[in-house]
Design a protein around this ligand. Structure first.
Ligand code: MG
Length: 302
């Protein structure tokens, strides 16, 4: 989530350290100041630090500001960072060149402190709101875990990475047992609260950075576990099953075992040219179906 309590990062790029000092003094209250004195250093720092804004000098000896801006915009990791040119060039054509390279704004030298501050604040605020909206678009509104869209994009990305390196990927399909009966018996608000609790306990167990838990739809969750062989996936699934049972959420609806439980289907692929994410998800789904037919509250793995 966009964390509005963390100060934003402001990257100042200028080959003249005196200009960096000047801008840093103007903007020191607006965020954490980072700086670079060459285009190459700026590109490296933008990629590693992910600043919230870049103030970019145009005339620099190695890469000029336009080229730095173009490369920032070409790199998906830095494309969303607003770039403001700081320049002594004030002809109209230069402004055009900067905007064509992807800059959002211009500040002309000699620097006016209030104008610079106002523009930088505006662009950082817009970026933070954009980031926040982008994150919301990837979250399930009820449970706060990733949504289906996020899962589809992320799993595809991890799948391609695994294929390049011939690595295993496991997926878990998780379904709350007899959830329709839970809703019928306790009502939809209780049903929502149940899904929130289940999502929270599952999320607490999915804690390696590359693992992703998402709500797949309804009472179904899905998990992608890169670099995870079958046995590791089965162990995690069993932990999930036990943790949800351990919540002890009463479920006296039809067909239930007295408390809310989940069933999980596990599938693993060593990703090569012939295996697909869709097949692996389908295999996990088939295992989920087996777990259900075998009596629920269990893990079934290929
Ligand atoms: Mg310069």
């Amino acid at each position: 989530m966009a964390d509005f309590a963390v100060p934003p990062k402001i990257l100042i790029v200028d080959d003249d350290p005196a200009n960096i000092d000047l801008l840093a003094a103007i903007l020191e209250e607006d965020g954490e100041i980072l700086f670079a004195t060459s285009g190459k250093a700026a590109l490296a720092m933008a990629e590693s630090e992910r600043p919230d804004i870049v103030l970019l000098d145009v005339v620099m000896p190695d890469l000029d500001g336009y080229e730095v801006c173009r490369r920032l915009k070409d790199n998906p990791a830095t494309a969303q960072i607003p770039v403001v040119f700081i320049t002594a060039l004030d002809q109209e054509t230069d402004e055009e060149a900067g905007l064509a390279a992807g800059a959002v704004d211009y500040v002309a030298k000699p620097i006016s402190a209030p104008i610079t501050r106002a523009r930088v604040r505006t662009h950082m605020e817009l970026k933070r709101h954009r980031d926040h909206l982008a994150e919301l678009a990837y979250l399930d509104g009820l449970t706060g875990v990733a949504n289906r869209r996020r899962f589809d994009e992320y799993a595809e990305l991890e799948w391609r990475r695994a294929r390049r390196h011939g690595r295993p990927v496991s997926v878990l399909m998780v379904d709350v047992d007899e959830f329709k009966h839970f809703n019928d018996h306790y009502g939809h608000q209780a049903g929502d609260a149940c899904l929130q609790k289940v999502a929270a306990v599952l999320g607490g167990l999915v804690n390696r950075p590359a693992d992703l838990l998402a709500r797949y739809g309804g009472e179904e969750f899905v998990c992608v576990l890169p670099e995870t062989p079958a046995e590791g996936a089965r162990v995690l699934a069993e932990r999930m099953r036990a943790a949800v049972e351990g919540l002890g959420i009463a479920h006296d609806g039809a067909g239930a075992a007295g408390c809310v439980t989940i069933s999980i289907g596990v599938a693993t692929a060593v990703v090569d040219a012939s295996s697909t994410l869709e097949d692996t998800l389908a295999r996990a789904d088939a295992q989920l179906y087996r777990a259900k037919s075998a009596g629920r509250n269990r893990v079934s793995a290929v």
